[in-house]
Ligand binder design. Structure first.
Ligand SMILES: [Zn+2]
Length: 128
């Protein structure tokens, strides 16, 4: 899996956060990854949080390649809708989408991009 070079776009993400209602640190729109600037922090001087976000969005990039983009949109939207119809609120449905489950489960794994197998997200329909 590739780690994609992001576009640093803090104003764009701030606007999306206002529309969405909760903070967005990264956004994926194939083939681009938009991300906030790494913030200097004593707690995160090696930008671990920033790399986590880049990794999360790069996982989506790979999922998009595997599903030929249109499959990503259909599966993502369909799964989200199914979860909403089953009573989940917006955030729970978003977090429950199979593509998000793979990304959130593995975003802190510094070597995930090296060990990830193609279509790894399929395992997340059960548990990943
Ligand atoms: Zn995501």
């Amino acid at each position: 899996m590739l780690i994609i070079k992001p576009i640093v776009a803090p104003r764009f993400l701030k606007l999306l956060s206002k529309i969405n209602g909760f903070g967005i640190s990264g956004f994926f729109f194939f083939p681009f990854i938009f991300i906030n600037r790494p913030e200097p922090s004593v707690m995160d001087n090696d930008h671990r949080v920033w790399r986590k976000t880049v990794r999360h969005e790069s996982i989506h990039w790979q999922q998009c390649v595997e599903t030929l983009i249109i499959g990503f949109l259909l599966i993502y939207g369909g799964h989200y809708l199914l979860l909403r119809l089953n009573g989940k609120d917006h955030e729970a449905a978003y977090r429950g989408v199979v593509f998000e489950r793979e990304a959130y489960t593995n975003q802190w794994d510094e070597i995930y991009h090296k060990r990830r197998v193609w279509f790894a997200w399929l395992a997340c329909f059960n548990d990943c």
